[in-house]
Ligand binder design. Structure first.
Ligand SMILES: [Ca+2]
Ligand SMILES: [Ca+2]
Length: 309
């Protein structure tokens, strides 16, 4: 009688060993992946920390009283291979102080700026009324403004603040600002809540300069061209600085504003400066923005704003 073949114990053991090896291999690969991921995360963290350190050094450099925006080689350089510092020093007078504009009811400047950015004239008037209502007490209600009733109707509680803006971001909470933001996403760059409220003709971008002076875009471009010097680049040795607002008189006689009004808004230096310091390590970038004013007698700096991104 033939005996029925039974599975060989050796074959079964071999199969088991092969399975064990396969499972083990998968496990090893899985652990290796996990370790790689952790290493990658850690080195991204380390890169971020190194980038922040570089940005911090840049802030210290930018605040140093003897360092100026023309020190390009010092402020923009490779610290170590693959590690870069980029520091930009600007006078805060490049921006409109929104609280001062509203307190002085300098509507013409705000209106021209909003219209220049693409808002129609009526919408600009409404937005200025709403900005005014945000900062004033509720007694002097604006014609097209928005006080608590209008904000509540829009489902917004706790608005308006009825006091001066505490940040430029807060302006974004005013009803209608979203319409302006759609036309001019970087509207924040034209505003500040710091400084003496004068526009620094050595610092302002052309849209701010144009609306502060009431000059044509061509004339404003002329002023910027003179400022940049023959190389046409900002913050280089050939830059020309206006030492007095009188040096702009030739242009200002053509201002669309009443005589003297434009000059009264201008200055040739900023009491407050803004430092944007970037540390870049590989694909990691950290930006620290600081607004500071010099302490008494040039001693130290008073920080007005410290933002990190
Ligand atoms: Ca109000
Ligand atoms: Ca230049």
């Amino acid at each position: 009688m033939m005996k029925k073949a039974s599975p060989s114990p050796c074959g079964a053991a071999l199969l088991l060993v092969l399975w064990a090896i396969a499972i083990l291999s998968f496990a090893v690969l899985w652990v290796a992946d996990l370790v790689n991921l952790e290493l990658a995360t850690k080195s991204a963290e380390a890169r971020g920390m190194a980038a922040r350190q570089i940005a911090l050094s840049g802030v210290a450099l930018g605040l140093h009283p003897q360092v100026t925006r023309e020190d390009i080689a010092l402020l923009n350089r490779e610290v170590r291979p693959g590690e870069t510092m980029r520091v930009r020093i600007r006078g805060e007078g490049a921006r409109f102080n929104i609280n001062q504009l509203l307190a002085q009811q300098d509507r013409i400047v705000l209106k021209n700026l909003f219209v220049l950015w693409g808002l129609d004239s009526d919408a600009a008037d409404v937005l200025i009324d709403r900005l005014t209502d945000w900062v004033d007490d509720d007694i002097g209600r604006q014609l097209n403004g928005a006080e608590q009733t209008e904000y509540e109707a829009a489902g917004i509680v706790g608005a308006p603040a009825n006091k001066p803006f505490r940040s430029v971001d807060e302006m974004g909470r005013v009803l209608g600002m979203e319409e302006l933001a759609a036309l001019k996403p970087d509207w924040r760059d034209a505003f500040t809540i710091f400084g003496d409220g004068k526009i620094d003709v050595n610092e302002a971008e052309s849209d701010v300069l144009q609306t502060a002076t009431g000059l044509t875009p061509e004339m404003t471009a002329d002023i910027v061209r003179v400022r940049l010097g023959p190389d046409g680049e900002e913050a280089t040795e050939d830059d020309l600085r206006f030492e007095s607002v009188d040096q702009l008189n030739g242009w200002l006689t053509a201002s669309a504003y009443p005589a003297g009004q434009a000059a009264a808004r201008l200055s040739t230096e900023s009491t407050v400066k803004r430092i944007d310091s970037r540390g870049i390590v590989g694909d990691c970038e950290r930006l620290i923005s600081v607004v500071a004013e010099s302490g008494e007698g040039g001693q130290g700096s008073n920080y007005l704003l410290w933002e990190e991104k």
